[in-house]
Ligand binder design. Structure first.
Ligand code: ADP
Length: 475
């Protein structure tokens, strides 16, 4: 797959390249085209030229090509998963799982595009008819992160394509190979030239600057940090672009005293250690009711101590490396700060003996608000635990953040489930479950975690304009 992808990428004759490394061992994997403003302008022009031809196709015609793309992704899912683990580091089972999960968006939106219904509004005059049409927005700029190098792309590209939009995609510089592989398979599936355009780049601001300011780009869909999301939002103001933003999170994970503690431990493992904690929906603050705190910490610490750490290519590995040096320095700094200010580690507390980008799974208690970790998005395999006494107190603590993406709680009392579920200021609330996503459900945040939704029929709505068509003189 790597050789094929590099042959595909060789068509972009930019003269410049940038290197991609394996985060598990630092080994150089490949060099890919380093594109800039000039190539971004060319990609936008291609997408603009392709738009009227793609938009005019029927939903069935678009779906037929999308289903072919889906079939090719599934056919090659092992090789794509391998490539993903090579550049991203996550365990191979997660890499292959992500490819299949990502392909699901292509299949689901291929079908949902057929149900992009408008409305007929009862007229206010006898000779009038009032129609509401949904039309594709136009050229979409998509900017995606490295933590899900495949699924974050299909989750944007699939609804855009199904709605009739064309795309210019800039993948993250750490993980461009999965993106190139998807673009290569899209070409094999038969998308017309210009419908999907990829711009791999070492300098994100240069490419993003063109995408956000170009009048022919009608929408930006971004997944990444809140910091960068705010920059893009400001840049989009000059051309009043539509925006979908999936930004950072600070997910609370609340364990009430009536919870099934073993189920809560399993949920904690799944949401905290998937991708070594590098997901925007990873549990970030664990609030445990004081009466069950000691029991929960003991069970959780034991379970985490049994998670094998290592290369994603070792069959038993559950926790891989972090993505790069900056990531491990950040996590290491947060834990050191907490320990220096009096926190206790019931497990880990330092870099892993494997060295490099590996961090030891860590459990911290005794945390106080003056510690940096109390307000940070950890993005690593570190569990930060805080006790609480009452339901009202924990709701206040959970909502006391500028973020509002995912939240979780574990409880059995049905009244509590509704009260807390409705009180949490988050776009997503997992109750006794970890929000295992599928394409039919809406993913997205409130507050500084973003705007818009991905997946579900709402995710398709994000790529259409509403047009009111008023017809008069019908005597
Ligand atoms: P993360 O913390 O997940 O790395 P980033 O927001 O830094 O999140 O990166 C997500 C995406 O945003 C990547 O494609 C990256 O290249 C891009 N990006 C990073 N910095 C900028 C910037 N200043 N302007 C536009 N895009 C950026």
């Amino acid at each position: 797959m790597l050789a094929q992808v590099l042959a595909f990428a060789a068509r972009f004759k930019t003269g410049k390249t940038f290197a991609v490394y394996n985060p598990a061992d630092g080994v150089h994997i490949a060099d890919v085209p380093d594109m800039g403003a000039e190539e971004t302008h060319a990609a936008i022009a291609a997408a603009k030229a392709a738009f009227p031809l793609w938009a005019v196709k029927t939903a069935n015609e678009r779906a037929a090509i999308m289903r072919k793309w889906h079939g090719l992704i599934i056919e090659h899912k092992d090789a794509l998963g391998h490539l993903l683990t090579l550049e991203q580091g996550k365990p191979l089972v997660e890499g292959i799982g992500e490819v299949a999960f990502g392909a699901g968006f292509v299949e689901w939106f291929a079908e949902e595009g057929k149900r992009l219904y408008g409305d007929i509004v009862p007229p206010h005059m006898p000779d009038r008819r009032c129609l509401v049409l949904k039309q594709p927005i136009g050229v979409v700029g998509a900017i995606t992160p490295w933590n899900f190098p495949s699924a974050m792309i299909t989750r944007k590209v699939a609804p855009a394509l199904a709605a009739g939009c064309t795309i210019v995609l800039k993948p993250a510089e750490d993980t461009p190979l999965s993106a190139l592989a998807l673009a290569m398979l899209a070409e094999q599936a038969g998308f017309p030239a210009g419908v999907i355009n990829i711009v791999t780049a070492a300098s994100a601001p240069e490419v993003a600057g063109v995408l956000t300011s170009h009048p022919d780009v009608r929408k930006i869909s971004f997944t990444g940090s809140t910091r960068v999301g705010k920059i893009l939002m400001a840049q989009c103001a000059s051309t009043v672009k539509k925006l979908s933003l999936e930004l950072g999170g600070n997910a609370p994970f609340i364990v009430f005293d009536d919870a099934d503690l073993d189920a809560a431990v399993q949920g904690a493992l799944a949401t905290k250690f998937r991708n070594a904690g590098q997901t925007c929906v990873s549990a970030n603050r664990f609030y445990v009711q004081a009466s069950v705190m000691a029991d929960f910490v003991a069970r959780l610490t034991k379970a985490i101590s049994e998670l094998p750490v290592g290369s994603g290519f070792h069959a038993q590995t559950r926790v891989g490396p972090l993505i790069n040096k900056a990531a491990i320095d950040k996590v290491s700094g947060l834990v050191s700060d907490a320990l220096a200010k009096g926190a206790q580690a019931t497990l880990g507390g330092d870099r892993h003996v494997l060295g490099g980008n590996f961090y030891a799974p860590t459990v911290l208690t005794g945390l106080t608000p003056d510690m940096e970790i109390a307000a940070a998005e950890i993005f690593g395999p570190v569990v930060a635990l805080y006790p609480f006494e009452t339901e009202a107190e924990v709701i206040q603590l959970a909502n006391d953040t500028p973020y509002g993406l995912a939240s979780y709680f574990w409880a059995r009392d049905i009244g509590r489930i509704f009260r807390v579920g409705e009180a949490l200021e988050y776009g997503m609330v997992g109750v006794n479950e970890i929000l295992s996503g599928h394409p039919g459900t809406p993913f997205g945040g409130v507050k500084e975690s973003g705007q818009g939704r991905e997946g579900s029929r709402y995710g398709l709505d994000d790529f259409v304009e509403i047009k009111y068509l008023a017809i008069g003189g019908l005597n």
